[in-house]
Design a protein around this ligand. Structure first.
Ligand code: CMC
Length: 427
């Protein structure tokens, strides 16, 4: 392939370099487009625009490939664990045993959240959405940790990573405890990160929480599967906010807000709401399947299809197995989950879904697991945020270390041309 792209505007030709990635992805470098031609490109939703080069995650939607730092998601989900994957994403290499142990211990040093944060939580109404509370609390962490991170200083950056990983998990679970009226509790430094998540959520002062290894294993996998997905909406938000040199907590808080939306992380909540609606209307899964196929009906089967994965979602394949294990181990008897199974079976055999390559995506199965674990629907997106945290940190760090310029897209103005001001009495 030629390494030059030629653009013709008004009969004049301009040449632009072509960039090729390590997996042969091709981009036309239009850095000089405006200065040389006076024109800009228009790409709402950035479907054709690369915002950066990145060494973190490779994704091929057509082939159903997802890799972190070159390691396949299948390998990582089977052989690794969430903290190891977090280290890999953030620092670039799999940690040696001693490095991983140190990382886990260093995170533990920062799991205590300032007691005054509790006053902030108390200010929220009891039924506030946990994602809104989480975004606010993450931002509030800046007030308690005002020192800005020197990204070029490895020690400083490492400390900021451990601090963020430690405190975020605790405040994320506090959003649930506040909602339930449970006393806010503390990380137990004798236990693992994912085990602590379940404890922080469900342990009551009246007795110890007994964790189930199948549950911890399924959650660990889910967090790994959600850990990064290259330049998605929330990650691009984290990079964009960070590009103004806003702090790490402020950038992550913006990422939480972006993830909240139903078109992004909020889809897992939408799956369960759909299943509950089917149940409330008599539990007829086939009726809803027919609705989803009816072009006159706007209804879509939530948890099916994907914008990027057009053949299959590699994450869904992995998590389906974990979902089956969790349901079998816990012996859950839940009519909503029975509807989910029926919907999955029927859709996988249905010509409409087969011909359009519409398979259950990661949100379909993650919703099922969360429900089986007794996690309330409104907390689903918070769990997505816990999983995505290392990805956000890794992308923020990469953006700052690469000295990327402040994100500042352009526009084409389509409003009124210059007009004279009209006095109030003359309007
Ligand atoms: N139910 C019924 N029909 C569907 C669905 C669905 N969930 N998804 C796609 N289709 C149909 C669509 O109507 C179109 O039909 P036709 O060719 O006859 O016009 C065909 O399948 C191809 O769809 P598409 O236009 O290529 O799909 P898209 O890329 O516009 O949409 C999507 C992708 C994820 C928005 C869509 O599949 C959807 O709305 N799914 C349900 C919501 C959901 O589960 N979202 C979570 C995605 S994973 C979250 C993440 O990774 O961040």
């Amino acid at each position: 392939m030629s390494n030059i792209a030629v653009l013709e505007i008004d009969g004049k030709k301009y040449e632009f370099p072509i960039i090729v990635g390590s997996e042969n992805e091709v981009a036309i470098d239009i850095d000089k487009l405006r200065s040389e031609t006076g024109a800009i490109t228009m790409d709402p939703g950035y479907k054709n625009s690369g915002s950066c080069t990145s060494e973190i995650t490779f994704l091929d939607g057509e082939e159903g490939i997802l890799r972190y730092r070159g390691y396949s998601i299948e390998d990582l989900a089977e052989k690794s664990n969430f903290l190891e994957v977090s280290y890999l994403l953030i620092f670039g290499e799999l940690p040696k045993a001693a490095e991983l142990e140190k990382f886990e211990n260093d995170i533990r040093k920062y799991t205590l959240v300032n007691e005054e944060m509790k006053n902030i939580i108390d200010g929220f109404p009891k039924n506030a959405h946990p994602m809104g509370v989480l975004a606010s609390l993450t931002s509030a962490l800046t007030a308690f940790n005002p020192k800005s991170v020197n990204v070029t200083n490895e020690k400083d950056m490492y400390e900021a990573v451990c601090k963020t990983m430690g405190k975020f998990l605790v405040i994320a679970t506090w959003t649930y405890r506040k909602n339930m009226g449970f006393p806010l509790n503390y990380y137990d430094n004798t236990k693992g990160y994912v085990e602590n998540f379940m404890r922080l959520m469900f342990e009551l002062p009246t007795g110890p929480y007994k964790s189930n290894p199948v549950v911890i294993n399924a959650l660990d996998k889910l967090f790994i599967l959600h850990a990064d997905h290259e330049q998605n909406c929330s990650t691009s938000t984290v990079r964009m906010v960070g590009s103004s040199h806003a702090g790490l907590f402020a950038s992550i808080s913006a990422g939480v807000s972006a993830l909240w939306g139903p078109l992004h992380g909020g889809a897992n909540q939408a799956v369960l709401e759909m299943l509950e609606e089917i149940q409330a209307n008599g539990g007829d899964a086939d009726k809803y399947l027919a609705k989803a196929k009816d072009k006159e009906d706007p209804f879509r089967l939530m948890g099916f299809g994907h914008r990027v994965y057009k053949n299959f979602d590699p994450r869904a394949k992995i998590i389906k197995k974990a979902a089956d294990e969790v349901l079998a181990t816990l012996g859950v008897d839940d009519p909503v989950l029975t509807i989910a199974k029926k919907l999955e079976e029927s859709a996988l055999q249905d010509e409409y879904f087969k011909s359009r390559n519409l398979y259950p995506n990661v949100d379909f199965y993650s919703g099922i697991i969360y429900r089986a674990l007794g996690i309330p629907t409104e907390m689903f997106t918070v769990l997505f945020a816990i999983g995505r945290l290392p990805g956000w940190i890794a992308q923020w760090k990469e953006m700052r270390i690469n000295k990327e310029p402040i994100g500042r897209p352009r526009q084409i103005y389509t409003g009124a041309p210059l007009r004279p001001f009209v006095k109030t009495e003359d309007r």
